[in-house]
Design a protein around this ligand. Structure first.
Ligand code: BDP
Length: 579
């Protein structure tokens, strides 16, 4: 799936702005034909979650209608172009109409979907309407409103408001831009780029998907950058380009090349697309994670797309700031906890040299029989869509197929075998992982190349006892490695911390406690040769459901506050990671 772009053959406009929004708790919209256009809406920002824009609907997750109007830009022509509307992310469910005609529906937040509108669009006065809802249900992914018994999960969800089975606020709405875009008929539909290194030569294999299916065409390729200008041409669907003395991509030198592909018919170009690519390899050998054949150690964070007022809405300035903060601390990586991040976040990782463990929205999964087939089908859809969207990013070094599944029932294992088989078939070039709290009891590590462990000894257990917590961690890491003999990343560890609260000797919730706990953990991790990375939970404080352990509806494990001010731990990590 190619991100829309503008060039002499393609055009794209962003429909973001102030839309009309109407809450519909009684479900009146369909019978009142709101899909053809409605009145009485209130102004609402797109992209943004709706929850924190208004005073009256913070916890409301139900039926909600959005509407905007647009005219086709000058020169666009539905009789010779293909026009589409693309939603980059709507949480959780969307049903969409254009000028009263139903375009379709989509389930699952955080991944893009689009509709061909060529036959519905008018030159002027188009009305685009979406019904959106984010109700929490056991057969959705991520699930919510899950019964609290051992068949389902371990902790009761009823004590959370809203009752999610995950620890972040279930923000709803059109959370990333909505794009209207035009391509030529028979346009290039997809590109897959796989890179390899032979000595000092970079090998770039490009396959073309869906190009000009109905007409004969020739594809011309140009790979440019770092002094290279390599050209190739083919009528087949694949080409390999060789780059002598390639400038490899790495966190220290995130070198990118521009790959331009042009489709021609009878010698004349009719479509063009340019993609930034990085030449690099990623592999696991023994206990090591290798980037470009050399061992690499991950230092970084789990994070959330979360900011006051916009909720989970795309906020480009926050993305830029978060990268600046991560660089300042000395991080080189992060995991997209617990759902795919925006395309803009991914593009900047390529440019700035961050390594990403790219996670699907499969958080809080449980394996009781009811709804299981549906949850698996959704996870398969997310895996396919995530790989289709992110496969060409050099920054993506692994796929995470779940976070903290409640996987003690026997049905968990076939579930993850199924998902990891799918993932490997779609992308044999990247390691597969999942993040667990079960430790060595996580049977599905059998299907993974890398093991991600989340640990809070010294916080939820061994509370107030940092040294005992660290000893516990050391023993668990050893047990895990003994059982599976695969490299480990500690993908979560941390402590809730109230900025400005101090205690000496360190006490839970004080800035000193967080700094000391992270330090003790890092000392343990550095003593284990099979550990290949450490991701602190979390980069920033973030909003979650209200619960007794979540003061002010916040998870306070950030080393920065929600408005991005450093706690003591940020300075401590900076010392540890930059030295
Ligand atoms: C882990 C989850 C993460 C939570 C974290 C915590 O993976 O989403 O926010 O614990 O409790 O279990 O802070």
């Amino acid at each position: 799936m190619l991100y829309p772009q503008s060039n002499p053959f393609r055009q794209c406009v962003d429909l973001s702005g102030i839309w009309d929004l109407r809450f519909d708790p009684e479900g009146d919209g369909i019978k009142s034909n709101w899909f053809a256009g409605f009145t009485g809406g209130r102004p609402a920002a797109v992209p943004a979650s709706w929850n924190d824009q208004f005073e009256d609907r913070r916890d409301y997750l139900g039926n909600t209608w959005y509407q905007t109007r647009f005219d086709l830009p000058w020169g666009w022509d539905a009789s010779r172009q293909q026009l589409r509307v693309r939603f980059n992310s709507v949480n959780y469910f969307a049903e969409v109409w254009l000028n009263g005609a139903r375009l379709g529906q989509h389930e699952g937040g955080h991944l893009p979907f689009e509709f061909d509108v060529t036959s519905h669009v008018r030159r002027e006065g188009n009305v685009l309407v979406a019904r959106v809802e984010g109700e929490l249900a056991p057969d959705r992914v991520p699930p919510g409103n899950v019964p609290s018994d051992p068949q389902h999960m371990f902790l009761t969800q009823k004590e959370n408001n809203p009752p999610s089975s995950f620890d972040f606020f279930p923000f709803c709405g059109i959370q990333r831009p909505v794009l209207l875009y035009a391509t030529p008929r028979d346009a290039l539909g997809d590109l897959t780029v796989i890179t390899d290194i032979a000595g000092t030569t970079g090998r770039v294999r490009v396959s073309v998907g869906d190009a000009g299916a109905s007409v004969p065409h020739t594809a011309r390729f140009a790979l440019r950058g770092h002094g290279a200008n390599i050209l190739a041409e083919t009528t087949a669907d694949e080409v390999e380009m060789r780059v002598p003395d390639a400038a490899l991509w790495s966190p220290e030198a995130p070198n990118l090349y521009d790959l331009t592909i042009e489709l021609t018919r009878d010698g004349a170009p009719y479509d063009r697309y340019t993609l930034s690519i990085g030449i690099r390899t990623i592999a696991i050998e023994g206990d090591a994670l290798l980037l470009n054949g050399k061992p690499i150690y991950l230092k970084g964070f789990g994070r959330h797309e979360d900011f006051p007022i916009v909720g989970r809405g795309l906020a480009p300035a926050v993305i830029v700031k978060d990268y600046a903060l991560m660089k300042w601390v000395g991080a080189n990586s992060f995991r997209t906890t617990h759902y795919p991040y925006s395309e803009q976040m991914m593009d900047l990782a390529d440019r700035l040299g961050f390594l990403i463990i790219d996670e699907t929205p499969a958080v809080g999964l449980f394996f009781a029989a009811e709804g299981l087939a549906r949850r698996l089908e959704l996870c398969r859809q997310y895996t396919r869509d995530l790989i289709a969207r992110d496969k060409n990013h050099p920054s993506v070094i692994a796929w995470s197929i779940a976070n903290e599944p409640h996987s003690w029932l026997p049905s968990a294992k076939p579930f993850f075998k199924n998902l990891s088989d799918l993932c490997r078939a779609l992308d044999p070039t990247r390691p597969i992982t999942l993040a667990t709290y079960l430790g060595a009891a996580e049977e599905s590590f059998e299907f993974c190349d890398l093991m991600c462990l989340n640990r809070y000894a010294g916080w939820y257990s061994q509370s107030g006892k940092i040294e005992e917590g660290a000893a516990c961690l050391a023993a668990e890491l050893d047990a895990l490695y003994q059982k599976f003999r695969k490299p480990v990343i500690l993908t979560e560890f941390g402590a809730d911390t109230i900025a400005g609260f101090h205690a000496q000797p360190p006490e839970m919730f004080a800035e000193e406690y967080q700094a000391e706990m992270l330090t003790a953990y890092i000392n343990v991790l550095r003593s284990k040769s099979f550990v290949v990375g450490e991701h602190v939970w979390n980069l920033c404080d973030f909003k979650t459901s209200q619960a007794v352990q979540r003061m002010g509806g916040m998870n306070l494990k950030g080393v920065f506050t929600r408005d991005r001010r450093p706690k003591l731990a940020a300075h401590r990590l900076r010392e540890l990671w930059r030295s």
